[in-house]
Design a protein around this ligand. Structure first.
Ligand code: FE2
Length: 430
């Protein structure tokens, strides 16, 4: 049992590192050091930051070992320096960063070899600290993927196209009112903000069976949605004007039709794929134009997990088993969302499709703790963000790894952000 967990952890650490290497080896040293957008860190910062967190938690805390590079902690503390300021810091150069993360990893694997997964020690229970570090690296890999999307120049990433639509999916699904279990107390690697499991009574509602597609979003643009303040909240309209929003990020109009730029390649938009790279305010305006609203976080989670036959909440829409390629578009296997209808095997018991993978879905809820929340293992993971100017995002994107793709996983961001792989679906009251 302990040996199985050790092997699982080692494999997950290795898988995350292979992805980090692929994302950082794809570009030359100049591109690793350069800031591709003031919204993002230089890739070389993410790389060494991943190693630094691994050092702090696995080597020093879990392992009780001597520091590898205590002198650089401050440089790679995300709370000390805003992303836009990071290129000016005396960062490790690419060669130093690669050597540093390799050295830390050697020590972390040695700590793993000797670790006892003592339930009395919460950080080690079921290997939690290792799972946290796996998820941290995978989340930074998604951030680095978003940096790649913002990078100018020749394409450097390749992946097969996502699967085609296999079944027609449209319209809404009715979710009857009543209680369901939200969050989790049992998922071993769930983070503090997903805990504890608690019962929420959700009034009946309708939710879209699929995310809003490029084709649907194009109709909003064609109807003058970006020019009509009626559809926008006050804050949304002010931002729409200030930022000059006229289409999702990375969309270009060639005078005839809409194209999008994906990882350096420009091609006509696929009307059947979920729209991606919209901010909360755009999602909110589309919803108002369509005469609907964004789902709440509880509605989203109930539609994703609740099984009316058993009254249970599943770990994933399709069941409790971990995602396989047939279930969801996760893990950067493809470099875009898959068309609606591509994952019939991943539908929830209520018949809601593509809740996991493809695009993060903006929700109307703010980032608040669940009843009974306890910060673990540190306040900076979640607690310091509660009550801030954030909206929730759920379900992961094509760039989210399965390690962070469970349906209790909570993500949050500022409502103006759209460099992330964000889309949405709609809901309405019953
Ligand atoms: Fe981080």
């Amino acid at each position: 049992m302990t040996q199985d967990l050790r092997l699982t952890i080692a494999a997950e650490l290795e898988r995350a590192r292979a992805r980090t290497a692929a994302l950082t080896d794809a570009v030359d040293e100049t591109d690793l050091i350069r800031q591709h957008s003031p919204l993002m860190s230089p890739l070389v910062w993410d790389l060494a930051h991943v190693g630094n967190q691994e050092e702090l938690w696995l080597v020093r805390d879990v392992g009780g070992r001597d520091p590898v590079r205590q002198d650089i902690d401050e440089l790679y503390d995300a709370f000390k320096h805003a992303r836009k300021d990071r290129p000016a810091l005396p960062l490790l150069d690419p060669g130093q960063a690669r050597a540093y993360v390799a050295q830390v990893r050697d020590k972390a694997l040695d700590v793993l070899d000797h670790a006892r997964f003592d339930p009395e020690r919460p950080l080690l229970d079921n290997g939690f600290a290792f799972g946290m570090i796996v998820q941290h690296e995978q989340q930074h890999d998604e951030t680095m993927l978003a940096t790649h999307q913002l990078r100018a120049g020749e394409p450097v990433l390749t992946a097969p196209a996502p699967p085609p639509s296999r079944t027609p999916v449209s319209g809404e699904v009715f979710v009857a009112g009543g209680p369901f279990t939200m969050g989790t107390s049992t998922d071993a690697w769930a983070l503090d903000n997903e805990r504890p499991a608690h019962v929420v009574d959700v009034p009946g509602f309708f939710i879209d069976a699929a995310p809003i597609t490029n084709g649907q979003y194009q109709e909003f643009i064609a109807a003058g949605g970006y020019d009509d303040p009626r559809w926008w909240s006050d804050r949304g309209w002010a931002y729409r004007v200030k930022a000059g929003l006229a289409a999702p990020l990375h969309w270009l109009h060639d005078g005839t039709q809409w194209h999008s730029r994906q990882f350096g390649r420009v091609s006509p938009i696929n009307p059947g794929e979920p729209v991606v790279h919209v901010c909360y305010f755009e999602a909110e305006a589309y919803a108002a134009w369509a005469g609907k609203r964004l789902p709440t976080e509880a509605e989203w989670e109930k539609a994703a997990r609740f099984d009316p036959a058993t009254g249970r909440s599943r770990r994933f829409p399709w069941g409790d088993e971990s995602p396989e390629p047939r279930h969801a578009n996760l893990g950067q296997r493809h470099l875009s969302p898959a068309p609606v209808g591509a994952y019939p095997d991943g539908a929830s018991p209520l018949g809601v499709h593509q809740m996991i993978g493809d695009v993060w879905e903006w929700l109307s809820s703010d980032f608040d703790p669940y009843p009974g929340f306890a910060a673990f293992p540190y306040r900076e993971y979640s607690e310091v963000f509660f009550g801030g100017d954030y909206k929730m995002l759920r379900g992961g994107s094509f760039g989210t790894d399965a390690a962070a793709g469970r349906s209790t996983f909570r993500n949050w961001d500022h409502p103006i952000r759209r460099q992330i792989f964000s889309g949405f679906r709609l809901a309405r009251d019953a």
